[in-house]
Design a protein around this ligand. Structure first.
Ligand SMILES: [Ca+2]
Length: 348
């Protein structure tokens, strides 16, 4: 919504309509001017926040795990371990469904333990998350579109309530040989690292490796099986091609916890690689949820709860993330700001 700030300016002070303006009038007009500017700034901020792009802008896949029912296994269709079965539907409508590796030992079950009953951005009901049901949890994609995508900008979001541990990859992309600095690295990791820092790491199409890693102690895991001691977090990793940014929401809004200037790497092209290599239990370019890949082997499993995973091929602004403050809260913030301005105005 275009907003013309100058419309609120009352004009140059001094003689106005032939009426001399004395000091008292000038002060009052200045107050009106200041109040109007404050109102216009708040109105502009509100308009910008409330007029964010559609929730689905650039969405490649969105896995919500809402199929249920509670405590049922995410289905694998009776197929052998490792076969693709679209047990978790892609709610973006793009058909990029997600498969568990197997039921039980390498699977997940639906849980009613969720971060919040609604997804704030969309207002959609959030009834279920998933929790691993065995020691080898792994979910993966198999669509050609996701296997071959090479976005120059991307956003990856995930909600998680993790167990304690070392490397815990929440979202990954399978590859071996794409990163010149260490060929054993996969194409991408959105993960928790030892010391409970959080990180986004990826290889670009030029073979350069990029990372943005938070300070230690960013999250707290729960000691299995004491799920009541755990905490929900929302993470969003964003590359706009020039900056790699990592945001963490621990329940009070997204905070920027790590950021890297990609242009300092010297890479001629920071587009995400589609991955290289192949292995008996992975295919380059496929995306994983709940595990990573290292040296061509499944690794870095993220035990605990996972929910609301969304991958976009554009750089979303924090106001477009799934767990932004609810519109009602935003309105209260704006109303509070207006009231503060009004009280200051009255106090003059
Ligand atoms: Ca959900």
């Amino acid at each position: 919504m275009p907003f013309n700030d100058s419309a609120l300016v009352v004009g140059p002070f001094g003689a106005r309509n032939g009426v001399p303006v004395n000091t008292q009038n000038r002060k009052a007009m200045n107050n009106i001017f200041t109040f109007s500017r404050a109102v216009s700034s708040l109105a502009l901020a509100g308009a910008l926040i409330l007029s964010v792009a559609p929730a689905g802008a650039g969405t490649v896949a969105y896995w919500r795990f809402e199929e249920g029912p509670a405590d049922a296994n995410v289905p694998h269709g009776g197929l052998p371990g490792g076969a693709f079965y679209p047990g978790t539907l892609d709610s973006s409508g793009n058909g990029n469904h997600l498969s568990v590796w197997a039921e039980g030992w390498a699977g997940y079950a639906y849980r009613t333990d969720v971060a919040s009953p609604l997804v704030p951005l969309t207002g959609a009901a959030n009834n279920f998350s998933v929790q691993n049901t065995g020691g080898y949890p792994a979910m993966f994609t198999d669509s050609a579109a996701m296997r071959t995508m090479t976005p120059s900008a991307f956003t990856i979001e995930v909600s998680f309530k993790p167990e304690t541990g070392g490397y815990r990859t929440l979202v990954g992309r399978d590859s071996r040989g794409a990163a010149t600095v260490n060929p054993d690295l996969a194409a991408l990791y959105l993960q928790i690292v030892p010391g409970d820092a959080v990180a986004i790491k990826f290889a670009d199409v030029s073979g350069y490796w990029h990372e943005a890693v938070s300070a230690p102690g960013a999250i707290t895991g729960f000691p299995w099986p004491n799920t009541a001691a755990g905490f929900w977090y929302h993470m969003a990793a964003v590359s706009d091609g020039s900056w790699l940014s990592l945001y963490l929401n621990s329940g009070t809004g997204y905070q920027l916890v790590a950021q890297t200037d990609l242009t300092l790497s010297g890479s001629p092209n920071t587009t995400l690689t589609a991955g290289l290599g192949s292995g008996g239990d992975w295919t380059a370019g496929n995306w994983s949820v709940g595990r990573g890949l290292y040296a061509g082997g499944h690794a870095d499993r993220a035990y605990g709860f996972i929910d609301e995973v969304r991958i976009s091929d554009s750089a979303l602004a924090p106001g477009q993330f799934l767990f932004v403050p609810e519109p009602g809260s935003l309105s209260l913030v704006l109303l509070g700001g207006l009231m503060l301005c009004f009280r200051r105005f009255r106090a003059r």
